[in-house]
Every structure is written in C-alpha cells, then in structure tokens.
Design a protein around this ligand. Structure first.
Ligand code: SAH
Length: 244
C-alpha cells in the first residue's frame, strides 16, 4: 500500500517511520510512505504556501495552487489515490474507518497548517476529510501519521502475529481486556489468579468479561454496536447495563 503525504514538513516523518512496526513494514515492502514537499509545487521565489485570509482575521491560510499542483502531479501516477484532508471538521477516524481505508491501494494525505486550507481544495480535490479527534493540532502531520500507522497494521503481514490486530481494542467492538506479564507478583500486586490457572476456557471467559466490564465503564456507547452473545448480555445486565 502506498501513502503519499503532502506537507510543508517532509522531514517530520523520518523518525516515526524509522522505528518499530512501520519501519519493518516499509523495509519488507508491504507499505511505502512518500512525504511530498509542498514547496516543490510553488512557483514564486519565496516558495510561498500560505497567505492572509480573505475577510480578515488572525493567522494564515494555505494557498490552493501548490496543493492543487501537487495533487495533479500525484494523480498522474497509477493507481490514483484517494485524497484525504486531515481536518478537525472531518469524519472521526475510528477503527472501522481504518479497516475501510486498508482496502485501498493508495492514499494521498494532505496536511494543513496555520488556520487550515483554502476551502476550494476541500470542495474540488478532496475525497474524504478525516479528524483524529475533537482537539486542534498545529498541523495535519501528526494526524496523518496516526492514519498511516493504524491502517498499516491492518495490512496482511505487517504485524508479526497474524491474529494480533484481530484481538485489539475495537476490533470486536469492545475495549481490550487488561494484560499482564512476569513477574507474577510485582510489589504487593499479584497477577489475577485465573491467568496462571492454565484453564483456557476460564481465561477466555475472564478476558471477555473484563472487556465487557471495561467497555461498560468507559465507553458504554460502544456496546450498542458490538456483537454480543446471550451470555455477554446476561453478564452486562448483572453489572446494571440496560440495553435500549
Ligand atoms: N482553524 C482550524 C484549525 C487549523 S489547525 C479549525 O479551527 O478548524 C491546522 C491544521 O492541523 C489543519 O488544517 C489540519 O490539517 C490539522 N489538524 C488540526 N487538528 C486536527 C484534527 N483533530 N484532526 C485532523 N487534522 C487536524
């Protein structure tokens, strides 16, 4: 899968792409990430990418021409990419969106800076606007990295253990159960006894119940969309859950 990232800070990505899972995925040829320097698509001596907002007000707005120039050049390559603008007003980037995007051969991520991007880019060039959460970042680069990371780890072969992204939080609509490793007693705190029992059925049931309990406590709205068995529902009811 190919990710093009249109940015005024192409160097921003060197270190995060050089570590861990993403680094291995890139090294193994499963993922390719190309930061595209927006300044390459400016035409003036100062390589200007922003200008003052029409109508007045604080800050600067990213000019449309360099972004349109970069996108025109990128879209001449095959396969064409789905153009995504990172923006706090976008569709919320959730695990289901990551799954949807993992089916694409190529994404072109456009990073805003300053007060954002001239609206005509969004209207005429962008296929999808994505927000990584209800807070404001100083640029789209951090958000683009979140998209590259979350999408890449869903691609076949990227995670060492093929099944491990299937067990993550959200993959079954619930938060993940707690995890423990050695030592079995850390200070005054022992690992829950069931995990040392070797009884796989009991362990599976304990983990499921922990997932259900945590999701009910922290993100009860997720339960409505999660596939629940009869015994899940019984367990949740025992904790005081009332499904609509
Ligand atoms: N004035 C804008 C914020 C601009 S922040 C507003 O109030 O909506 C500058 C850039 O950072 C944005 O253009 C966008 O690309 C990026 N950005 C900021 N917060 C983001 C978020 N929550 N999700 C995705 N991108 C974000």
């Amino acid at each position: 899968m190919l990710f093009d990232i249109v940015t005024i800070f192409p160097e921003f990505f060197a270190s995060p792409l050089g570590e861990g899972v993403l680094h291995r995925a890139i090294g193994g040829g499963l993922v390719k990430v190309r930061p595209v320097d927006l300044r390459e698509y400016t035409t003036d001596r100062h390589r200007t990418t922003d200008d003052r907002p029409y109508g007045g007000g604080e800050g600067m707005v990213m000019k449309p021409e360099p972004i349109a120039g970069a996108l025109t050049a990128l879209q001449q390559e095959v396969p064409p990419g789905r153009v995504i603008l990172l923006s706090p007003r976008g569709r919320l980037f959730r695990q289901e969106v990551a799954r949807e995007l993992a089916a694409e051969p190529r994404l072109i991520l456009v990073c805003g800076r300053y007060e954002g991007v001239d609206e005509r880019i969004r209207e005429h060039w962008v296929d999808l606007e994505l927000s990584v959460g209800d807070y404001v970042l100083s640029g789209g680069e951090v958000a683009a990295l979140a998209v590259v990371d979350a999408v890449s780890r869903l691609l076949p072969g990227v995670l060492g253990c093929a099944a491990s992204s299937a067990r993550d939080s959200f993959s079954d609509g619930l938060l993940e159960h707690p995890q423990y490793t050695r030592p079995s007693v850390f200070g005054p705190w022992p690992v829950p006894e069931v995990l040392l029992s070797g009884d796989h059925a009991r362990i599976a049931r304990w983990r499921r119940e922990q997932s259900l309990r945590l999701t009910l406590e922290r993100r009860p709205e997720l339960l409505a969309g999660a596939p629940l068995t009869g015994s899940d529902v019984a367990y949740l009811r025992g904790l005081g859950w009332e499904a609509e």
